[in-house]
Design a protein around this ligand. Structure first.
Ligand code: HAM
Length: 432
């Protein structure tokens, strides 16, 4: 019996593979670290929530008629007969946790970030998986358009730091519930005469969630919708002012954007501003990230009337975009600084090598050695393969006279150093 990862889920490996170089943990950590550092720079704190939640949290917040709730959730009954769902997104769990722990009462403005796994039973393809990881931001308590700009600027700063410049920021406003209702009616009225010509999916959306008709890649639907009424024409005055102010902030912050009236996003909780960042080289799955304002969600989930604004960025799409654009992916350094080589099979040499290795690590110097009984030549090759900067070679002579041979792999020079000076010597060399 051979087991494999579930469909459209993947393993991230400790070494880069030829076929899928982006599935390498050192790259994932490199990108995650940049996100954490960006979030710290902007004054955000981390929240971690369980991988599962009560199913109702998602049906209520995301909306029964959305694709996620109606066909993509991984839902199961636990042994206590509770319906639980693997989280399909991170916003509702963050809201639930803040309500449960009374954080809204204690902080007038909460700036949170998370790095978390999400599960959606989607039709898999490159860039669209059934388990994906989001780097997310949520701000609670700020209804001013400067909050929208602040959150969007974190996303843009992250991509700048990662090295992705070929991207476009699409923004739109979904306005108030009244303006959405007026727009829905106008859109349905426009589509009605040629409803039968629309794709099956378009027709379903017409009935259950008309705004989502705009979110299509179907050629026929796009053609039919070409002259559809435009959302921004239906905006109420307050939402229009908010949206105008956001655009002024973005311009002042040197962030370029496109106003995209067809941008509706797939969650019912959005109110007002929505945005999406699209990248190049990703084919149809080009949304690097997206988010928006959700001023009714906290109250809907049983909390106080607190507004929210956030986004989620898919780490997979970020890594795929870097690969497609030929940009070097930020990677954490996993090379050992020093590699200890036992030159000889005498037990005292091996013991001294283990002690030396221990000393290195105690001094905070990343170090490794062979544990499989390789001969001298193979140990040297192993050190090369790992990319160690220095070799610490110990034979029975060195053990007897309390020294070690220090070989600098960059200069290929070798020197005998007193054992008690080795940490100091290495630290000095590392400084230069
Ligand atoms: P979302 O647009 O569904 O938003 O997901 C955010 C990002 O996660 C997408 O732009 C994409 O990069 C990535 N993503 C989503 N689904 C997949 C998938 N199946 N495979 C690979 N990557 C995927 C949300 O989830 C909202 N909670 C964002 C938000 C936060 N809005 C407000 N606050």
């Amino acid at each position: 019996m051979r087991f494999s990862a579930p469909p459209y889920m993947y393993d991230v490996l400790p070494f880069p593979s030829q076929k899928e170089p982006w599935l390498h943990t050192a790259k994932w950590r490199g990108v995650e670290n940049i996100f954490r550092e960006t979030a710290r720079l902007y004054g955000f704190r981390e929240i971690r929530t369980p991988i599962v939640e009560q199913t109702e949290l998602f049906t209520r917040s995301i909306g029964e008629s959305t694709d996620i709730v109606s066909k993509e959730m991984f839902t199961f009954t636990d042994r206590g007969n509770r319906s639980l769902t693997l989280k399909p997104e991170g916003t509702a769990p963050a809201v639930r946790a803040c309500i449960e722990h009374g954080l809204f009462g204690e902080h007038s403005l909460l700036k949170l970030y998370y790095v978390g796994q999400n599960f959606r039973y989607e039709r898999g393809q490159k860039g669209r998986y059934r388990q994906h990881q989001q780097l997310g931001i949520e701000v609670f308590g700020g209804s001013d358009p400067s909050v929208d700009a602040e959150v969007i600027s974190v996303a843009m700063a992250f991509y700048r730091a990662v090295g992705i410049q070929k991207l476009t920021l699409h923004i739109n406003s979904l306005g108030s519930e009244q303006s959405r209702e007026a727009y829905r009616t106008a859109l349905k009225g426009y589509v009605e005469p040629f409803l039968q010509e629309m794709s099956e999916e378009g027709q379903v959306r017409y009935r259950v969630n008309p705004l989502r008709m705009l979110d299509t890649k179907n050629e026929t639907d796009l053609r039919l919708l070409k002259n559809a009424p435009i959302f921004t024409d239906f905006l109420d005055e307050e939402s229009r002012q908010h949206f105008d102010a956001l655009q002024k902030y973005l311009t002042a912050l040197d962030i370029q954007y496109i106003v995209d009236p067809a941008l509706v996003r797939g969650f019912d909780y959005y109110t007002g501003t929505v945005f999406e960042i699209r990248g190049e080289g990703l084919g149809s799955q080009d949304a690097l990230g997206g988010g928006g304002r959700y001023d009714g969600l906290v109250a809907e989930c049983g909390g106080p009337q607190v507004s929210g604004f956030g986004f989620g960025l898919g780490i997979e799409r970020c890594l795929l975009a870097l690969e497609a654009l030929g940009i070097e992916t930020p990677t954490v350094n996993e090379k050992p600084t020093a590699f200890v080589i036992a030159a000889g099979s005498e037990p005292e040499v091996k013991i001294a090598a283990m002690q030396l290795l221990n000393r290195m690590r105690t001094a905070g110097i990343a170090a490794d050695m062979d544990f499989t009984g390789k001969n001298f030549r193979k140990q040297m090759k192993h050190a090369d393969d790992l990319g160690a900067a220095f070799l610490l070679i110990l034979g029975s002579d060195e053990v007897l006279n309390g020294t070690v041979q220090l070989k600098d792999q960059a200069t290929r020079t070798q020197e005998q150093i007193k054992m008690e000076d080795i940490e100091l010597e290495l630290n000095n060399r590392l400084k230069h």
